[in-house]
Design a protein around this ligand. Structure first.
Ligand code: AMP
Ligand code: GLY
Length: 442
């Protein structure tokens, strides 16, 4: 009997997760529960159920019907409201953290307080403020750091919960307006020191005792070339042939790894639960070493598209070992020795005024290897734009230049009202990052 795996979520990330499962030598049967019919996922799944995965009764019903050997919850929202817990209560194991463990992503104050309590390096000076009337404590913190702060709403806001000094606000009044809204909505707001440096993501697969790192990646969050425009879920990501980034040292990666190991242990100490699944550390390498920006409790999107297609270790076995708490049996994760460049094709006008419900064309359908479908749907055999990031395209090569050329070639296979960031993965942008880092370190 083939193993049955239920994957919840229907974006590019879940398309990549399902592809990685589908090439397992164990030939599992894959079932998908998503909010829409993803054509990339449909091709690889035995059955796709469309419904509302934010409704935990629906999750339960689907899980009951399929009775999978294990599940994977892909997106942060269902993880944050306890989809894993519901599955576990039914006796279904899941490669995703419980609601308690996932506070690492869903609550910025949880993570900062946890890291401080356990003396974990890489933390900023910070303040958790809970009292709307205590403007004085917030202003004191703002002044102490000469306004060089970042403010974070204490809950999931789909990437809109963080304001950075110099980019999003100039005065304490603007800070205070946002702080009051966050306290009203979530009961708390977090103020923290603003770090200066280069950001990178280190995604690790964890089981509560073992941490296995994936390649380090840099995401490009701004919508437009030259890192201009509003923040998005991520326009594209790069990782070099050493599974690192040209501006990072091995010591930087070691520091990030150690922060994740210590944080995983702290979560266990605090919640008495093993964190099973993905700890995605957003880090910044600064003059004073590696600093923790935030944790996510799931694969990044598009980061999953850089990682999973080049994973050589059987992903089904990795998930099962993590669930059993025996991830150490895997040793290390093996990845193809290639560089990766991923870019998202987005509808014109994204993110503020996206073109929607317009068709896009695949010029040669036989050439869509390493293309991952996200906010598109198949309607009357026509691929339609649904308004958010549409198709993630992975290029690989023996170095970043070749990976970029491969990605650009694959992009030519799509036509329609689409755009992508042409500067991601270019020598010019990578040189800019290297020079920035040299300046910071000197
Ligand atoms: P997100 O939480 O992913 O919406 O994004 C937050 C973004 O804000 C990060 O990608 C950083 O660019 C920035 N950020 C968050 N915390 C800090 C910090 N302490 N110092 C500097 N930048 C930060
Ligand atoms: N690409 C950023 C994220 O998935 O959070």
């Amino acid at each position: 009997m083939p193993k049955k795996i239920l994957v919840i979520g229907n974006g590019g990330r879940e398309n990549a997760i399902i592809e990685a499962l589908s090439i397992s030598p164990q030939n599992p049967e894959i079932y998908n529960f998503g909010n829409a019919l993803n054509p990339g996922i449909k091709k690889l799944s035995k059955k796709v159920i469309v419904g509302d995965y934010m409704n935990l009764d629906e999750v339960k019903k689907v899980a009951q019907e399929i009775a999978p050997d294990f599940a994977i919850v892909g997106p942060d929202d269902p993880i944050g409201i306890g989809a894993t817990d519901v599955l576990l209560e039914m006796g279904i194991k899941s490669f995703s953290p419980t609601k308690k463990c996932a506070q690492l992503e869903s609550s910025k104050s949880f993570t900062r307080n946890l890291c401080e309590k356990h003396d974990i390096p890489g933390q900023p000076q910070y303040l958790v403020s809970t009292d709307v009337s205590n403007s004085a404590e917030r202003e004191k913190f703002y002044k102490k750091l000469e306004g060089q702060i970042v403010i974070k709403a204490d809950g999931l806001l789909g990437g809109k919960g963080v304001l950075v000094a110099g980019e999003h606000f100039q005065s304490f009044q603007e800070v205070e307006d946002f702080a009051l809204k966050s306290i009203e909505k979530f009961g708390r707001v977090v103020f923290e020191e603003k770090f200066i440096g280069e950001e990178f993501s280190l995604i690790s697969i964890v089981d509560g005792t073992t941490v296995l790192d994936c390649p380090a990646i840099q995401d490009h969050k701004r919508a437009f070339e030259g890192d201009m425009g509003p923040n998005t879920g991520g326009m594209g990501c790069i990782s070099d042939e050493h599974h690192a980034l040209p501006f990072l040292t091995q010591e930087d990666l070691n520091q990030a790894h150690q922060i994740t190991v210590q944080t995983m242990k702290a979560v266990k100490a605090e919640t008495s639960e093993d964190f099973v699944g993905i700890m995605y550390g957003g880090f910044m390498v600064t003059k004073f070493g590696v600093k923790l920006i935030e944790y996510n409790a799931r694969f990044g999107d598009p980061e999953a598209l850089n990682i999973l297609p080049i994973l050589e270790t059987d992903f089904v076995a990795v998930c099962e070992k993590a669930i059993e708490g025996k991830l150490s049996d895997i040793g290390t994760l093996k990845f193809k020795p290639v560089a990766t460049v991923v870019k998202y094709l987005c509808p014109e006008g994204y993110p503020a005024n996206s073109v929607k419900n317009k068709p896009i064309k695949i010029i040669d359908p036989s050439k869509i290897k390493n293309c991952y479908f996200a906010s598109v749907s198949l309607e009357d055999n026509q691929l339609m734009l649904k308004g958010s990031r549409a198709i993630g395209i992975l290029g690989t090569g023996k170095n970043l230049a070749e990976a970029l050329a491969d990605c650009n070639e694959k992009i030519k296979n799509f036509s329609g009202p689409l755009f992508h960031r042409k500067d991601i993965g270019t020598e010019a942008l990578i040189d800019k990052r290297m020079q920035h880092m040299q300046k910071i370190r000197s």
